[in-house]
Design a protein around this ligand. Structure first.
Ligand SMILES: Cc1ncc(COP(=O)(O)O)c(C/N=C/c2cc(O)cc(-c3ccccn3)n2)c1O
Length: 526
């Protein structure tokens, strides 16, 4: 039944009205390769070149034949799809394949990565948040045990007269005269202050314009205020820092620094010293920022971020959910800039365009094995998704990495075309960014445009969607804006994109640039 035959609407009412308002209210009826299809008023099937591709989830395109045939054979063989708490060797098969690829892309990597599977990207991000907290709690527990042992040692020294207690800022000057009582008063104050620090949760670090998902905890790592701020009371907070400002990152870490008070003996005198407390949970980084115009992190920023994590001792989580799986011309986009992670997240194309699948990879020497039991999800590690993941990873690595080369080559051609448009329309196109098949084009600010329709759409943050509606209507090309910067369009096609598609896209983008240059608002009104 097509949606037009449904009388009552219980889903997407607001969304569908909004989509129609910007010219994106299309019901696609078929998908194949790099194209989506809909049926027009005359009953004709119309092809649309798809540059959204599931927000970068379709490196092999829609319904890749090899994947579909594999899926059919898997289902015909009646593999156990849901057999939780039994031996599921295919999960380890996926993990083995992922580790082999990572060893190839991170040549001097000294460690393997333990895999924890989930159903969505945000879930993989939240697995990393939870595992980082296990690590942090273990560090805190070790520190607290040390402090307790020190208190006991000093207490015995005070009682045996081997230690003296000088006046200090933690005990009132007119406090108890007796050293023993004064010591206990000191300990009480130290423990009061320490318990205040111990009661606080972690603060995470992320880059400005970060996008790491929209679940309760991961939304706090996604900077877009409209999506994040209604829920700040529900989860750990994030300090957002600018990737290209290493000093700012160091200053943020310094500002977040916390310490616990430790009581020690210094040449027979009871002394209170500060001990670093692990206040930071983890540093989350997308190698290519999807919601920041597809801007890659620079190699210099990668080094600074790695240094900070090494100094703080917190895990560096490299979020490859959008940039991974070959999209940028390598399995890991982070391999381009030499960004080395302690944890990684992978999703989107891992499902082959058919299933939902994601995985969090934790460096084995940091992995806490109990996590396998304390974190579970009904559909995670299901046999169907795992069978597809094995196939997709095989396809990515086949023919000496032909897919990566294709993505890199196609991306260069697409980037060159868009940069040629930018060169010819400098007053309309402000930036073209990205690597491989993860590209964003930004239009110049139109909030002061002379044409009222264009000005109003820009001011309401809808211009990118209106331009996408125009490209769909007039050129049968599907794009969408990139993140909150709505005066932009994303290009994240499959490796099936053709030179003819690129040529057609050039003509379409030049048409849009002409409209903006000439403020030809009439063309944009549906
Ligand atoms: C780096 C990164 N980390 C975690 C996630 C979350 O993955 P899930 O969506 O699978 O939970 C994503 C998934 N990205 C989704 C995305 C990325 C994007 O740039 C825009 C939109 C989007 C989707 C719908 C409407 C508007 N915007 N969605 C990601 O790109």
């Amino acid at each position: 039944m097509s949606s037009s035959a449904v009388e009552e609407v219980f889903a997407d009412k607001l969304l569908n009205d909004w989509l129609s308002g910007v010219g994106l209210g299309i019901e696609y009826t078929r998908a194949e390769g790099n194209e989506l299809y809909f049926v027009d008023e005359s009953g004709r099937e119309v092809a649309v070149v798809d540059y959204v591709c599931g927000f970068g989830s379709l490196i092999f395109g829609h319904h890749d034949r090899e994947i579909v045939e594999h899926v059919k054979s898997v289902l015909d063989s009646q593999i156990p799809v849901l057999a939780q708490l039994s031996r599921q060797p295919r999960s380890n098969e996926v993990a083995v394949a992922l580790n082999a690829i990572m060893r190839r892309e991170i040549p001097d990597a000294e460690h393997g990565y333990s895999a924890v599977f989930a159903n969505s990207g945000a879930e993989a991000v939240e697995i990393c948040m939870k595992h980082a907290e296990l690590e942090r709690q273990a560090r805190i527990s070790t520190l607290v045990d040390e402090l307790k042992a020190h208190v006991q040692e000093v207490r015995e020294a005070v009682r045996s007269g081997r230690a003296t207690l000088s006046e200090n800022r933690y005990v009132q000057a007119d406090g108890p005269a007796d050293d023993g009582d004064a010591f206990e008063s000191l300990i009480a104050e130290v423990e009061r202050r320490n318990s205040a620090v111990l009661s606080r949760g972690p603060v995470n670090l992320a880059l400005e314009h970060a996008f790491h998902g929209k679940l309760v905890a991961s939304i706090q790592l996604t900077q877009n205020p409209q999506w994040r701020t209604p829920f700040t009371s529900l989860a750990a907070s994030t300090r957002f820092v600018r990737a290209d400002q290493p000093e700012e990152i160091k200053a943020a870490v310094e500002d977040l620094r916390e310490s616990l008070l430790d009581v020690v003996l210094d040449d027979g005198a009871v002394t209170v010293v500060e001990r670093d407390f692990p206040a930071i949970g983890a540093f989350f980084v997308e190698p290519v920022q999807g919601a920041n115009g597809m801007r890659p992190v620079t190699a210099a920023a990668a080094r600074a971020i790695r240094e900070v994590c090494d100094e703080v001792g917190c895990p560096l989580v490299i979020d490859e959910i959008h940039s991974g799986m070959g999209r940028t011309g390598a399995f890991l986009a982070s391999s381009h800039m030499g960004l080395r992670g302690d944890y990684y997240t992978i999703a989107k194309s891992l499902g082959g365009g058919i299933a939902k699948n994601s995985v969090a990879l934790v460096r084995q020497d940091r992995f806490r094995p109990e996590f396998e039991v304390i974190h579970t999800s009904t559909f995670a590690k299901d046999g169907f998704s795992a069978a597809i993941a094995v196939k997709v990873l095989e396809m990515l690595e086949a023919d000496d990495g032909r897919v990566y080369t294709t993505a890199a080559d196609l991306g260069e051609r697409l980037l060159a075309m868009l940069n040629s448009v930018k060169a010819d329309f400098p007053e309309v196109v402000s930036a073209v960014n990205g690597i491989g098949l993860m590209i964003g084009l930004e239009f110049t600010d139109q909030t002061s445009a002379s044409a009222e329709f264009i000005r109003d759409k820009a001011r309401s943050g809808m211009l990118g969607y209106v331009l996408a509606g125009y490209l769909l209507r007039e050129h049968r090309i599907r794009v969408l804006p990139v993140g909150p910067a709505a005066n932009s369009v994303r290009f994240e096609p499959s490796i099936l994109l053709t030179d003819a598609d690129i040529a057609r896209t050039e003509s379409a983008i030049r048409d849009v640039c002409r409209i903006l240059r000439d403020q030809d608002e009439k063309s944009l009104v549906q």
